[in-house]
Write a protein that binds this ligand. Structure first.
Ligand SMILES: Nc1ncnc2c1ncn2[C@@H]1O[C@H](COP(=O)(O)OP(=O)(O)O)[C@@H](O)[C@H]1O
Ligand SMILES: N[C@@H](CCC(=O)OP(=O)(O)O)C(=O)O
Length: 386
């Protein structure tokens, strides 16, 4: 996945040059206390149709299934427990998709329901499948409507918010920009309910966010991550060469026309694999291996695989295949990786050379502890200390 196609979009004024856009819309913009808001859907769909008419492919990431299931199930408010959220999502998903299907049909456009789990973006085979299927849908002129597969995800491996999912989808599909639509018109210097808060028009680097105060979810009470996950999502996108815009659903048309609305997050980094982004930023690590100085240099500087000989300690309980942290002797996390051995197997292997391990335990113990391709090195400033 190393292809490096330059992004034709350089700012708001060139957004019309985007070849591919991911548009994410939040629950609060799509639903009312009595279910799906048909007018809001028609308005979004009309905007998407206009963008597609100018030759831009669009992938829609739509939340709202849990919110859409609240009223039909007589729940009153957003359920808190996972099982009821899953039940509400299963009911709401059908209702939401029926509205999208009817609304896009007004433009003669087919839609496809694509339900993804976090696993689908981190496991190689699923990742390739998702990539291929979504690209095929776009080639067939279909609008994929993506959501997290709420009904089957477990608490452990769940995005829980579609903001970060949409950033990973933008990355997976090499989109040029990500539009995050919510119930507030921009990122503000503080929660917009505070009279002194001011709109932030541009975010060029992380330092622009240093003094921003980010509050909880909006007043509708159906959103999930609030502004925090939108800013996270924008960071994931921009860090991999994709511009991001946060604005309200009402401003979608103006934002896509390049007008000065919302908050524009300028792309900075180079494109990365979704798997690498997940591992580096999102994965919940199950444990830690402690490296001696030589191993830190080999893994971080020379980009080698981690061998048992350079490990001095193992912390936490993990299985082979789990994500773990790689820390130096003073507890600074220098990398994250998928580990090839469990926390019960590893202690007997520490400090031993590959040849010894093969002779003593068998040829399957020749594998590195973390292969270099399964390892994401953390930038110095992002490294957490113990
Ligand atoms: N600094 C901030 N700037 C803008 N909005 C903020 C800020 N802090 C908190 N918010 C809240 O985040 C809410 C949007 O998040 P959320 O409710 O999860 O929406 P969605 O359902 O669209 O994902 C806004 O309604 C706003 O009240
Ligand atoms: N998958 C969930 C989405 C949760 C979510 O991210 O909600 P939101 O904060 O409104 O974008 C649903 O469809 O209800």
């Amino acid at each position: 996945m190393a292809e490096q196609v330059p992004n034709p979009v350089t700012g708001r004024d060139t957004l019309h040059l985007a070849r591919r856009l991911v548009i994410k819309i939040g629950s609060s913009s799509l639903t009312t206390p009595t279910g799906v808001n048909r007018e809001a859907i028609d308005s979004l769909v009309d905007t998407i149709a206009a963008v597609r008419a100018r030759g831009t492919e669009v992938i829609l990431v739509s939340s709202g299934t849990i919110a859409a299931g609240i009223h039909p199930l007589g729940l009153g408010k957003r359920p808190r427990d996972l099982a009821t959220q899953q039940a509400a999502a299963a009911v709401g998903q059908g209702k939401l998709l029926a509205e999208y299907t009817a609304s896009f049909a007004r433009h003669g456009t087919e839609v496809a329901q694509v339900l993804l789990t976090a696993e689908d973006l981190i496991r190689r085979t699923q990742y390739t499948n998702a990539h291929r299927a979504l690209n095929r849908l776009l080639a067939l002129s279909v609008v994929p409507i993506v959501n997290e597969n709420d009904t089957v995800t477990t608490a452990e491996i769940r995005f829980g918010d579609n903001d970060r999912l949409s950033a990973l989808v933008a990355n997976l599909l090499r989109a040029d920009a990500l539009l995050l639509l919510t119930d507030v018109d921009a990122l503000y210097t503080a929660p917009p309910s505070r009279p002194s808060s001011e709109r932030i028009a541009h975010v060029v680097s992380k330092a622009d966010l240093d003094t921003v105060q980010i509050g909880r979810t909006g007043p509708a009470g159906v959103g999930t991550g609030g502004m925090v996950t939108k800013v996270d999502a924008a960071g994931i996108a921009t860090g991999s060469g994709i511009h991001a815009i946060v604005t309200s659903a009402q401003n979608a048309e103006a934002a896509l026309a390049g007008e000065d609305v919302g908050t524009w997050f300028q792309a900075s980094g180079r494109r990365q694999s979704a798997r690498g982004i997940w591992l580096g930023l999102l994965a919940e690590v199950q444990g830690r291996v402690v490296l001696d100085d030589g191993a830190v240099a080999a893994v971080v500087k020379n980009r080698r695989s981690l061998l048992p000989a350079g490990i001095t300690g193992v912390e936490g309980a993990f299985e082979a295949g789990d994500p773990v942290e790689l820390a130096d002797a003073v507890g600074t996390v220098v990398a994250r990786g998928f580990v090839n051995y469990s926390s019960t197997e590893l202690p007997a292997m520490l400090g031993r050379h590959t040849v010894q391990l093969r002779e003593e335990f068998g040829p399957e113990y020749q594998r590195p502890v973390v292969h270099t391709d399964d390892c994401v090195r953390l930038p110095t400033r992002a490294r957490p200390r113990r």
